[in-house]
Design a protein around this ligand. Structure first.
Ligand code: AMP
Length: 184
């Protein structure tokens, strides 16, 4: 199964991606986690990404796409994957399309997590990550609306929309039943 998860910051994509990856036995590929690992390891890529992450802006596409392309080339990703936080704009979606096309693959579905902005700000302020201060959160929400939300139209033929308010397991069940209904 090859899936992309889309939703505003704090919609619970990462948590759902974990659960789904376990059940589907495919890797959970989070670009945010990959960037944070690079920050921790003080790599060149991490140094490049830091100022964008601190501000809540998107890291430039060439850096991000290169990192994802490498990760999708790893052997564990050949069975499928759950992409969490990528693509985040239409250019990245185009690049993902090309990467998959080269391998003769397609996405099975794009799962959209819907949740109200205010619910999310409260959730994120409780999470305590270094880019979880209110200004950065508001900027990430703006970036989501302006750059990422247009993807939903790009992916409309394979979009599955989930109400992301509720208990974790309940939301996971919603996702799997919506995917089943779609035949994905
Ligand atoms: P996340 O953990 O998905 O909230 O991502 C944390 C930060 O990493 C974002 O605010 C961006 O600065 C950066 N980032 C993650 N994914 C991407 C992406 N696909 N494109 C550009 N920047 C990204």
């Amino acid at each position: 199964m090859r899936l992309v998860l889309v939703g505003p910051p704090g919609a619970g994509k990462g948590t759902q991606a974990e659960q789904m990856a376990k059940r589907l036995e495919v890797p959970h590929i989070s670009t945010g986690d990959l960037f944070r690992a690079n920050l921790r390891d003080e790599t060149e890529l991490g140094r490049e990404a830091k100022r964008y992450m601190d501000a809540g802006d998107l890291v430039p596409d060439e850096v991000t796409v290169g990192m994802v392309k490498d990760r999708l080339g790893d052997s564990d990703a050949q069975r499928g994957f759950i992409l969490d936080g990528f693509p985040r704009n239409t250019a990245q979606a185009g690049s993902l399309g090309e990467i998959l096309q080269e391998k003769g693959l397609e996405l099975d579905a794009v799962v959209q997590f819907e949740v109200d902005d205010e619910v999310v700000v409260q959730r994120l302020l409780g999470r305590g990550r270094s880019d979880d201060n209110e200004d950065t959160i508001r900027n990430r929400q703006r970036v989501y609306r302006e750059e990422t939300a247009p993807l939903l139209d790009h992916y409309r033929s394979r979009l599955v929309t989930i109400d992301a308010v509720g208990e974790i397991d309940e939301i996971t069940e919603r996702v799997f039943s919506a995917l089943r209904e779609r035949g994905a």
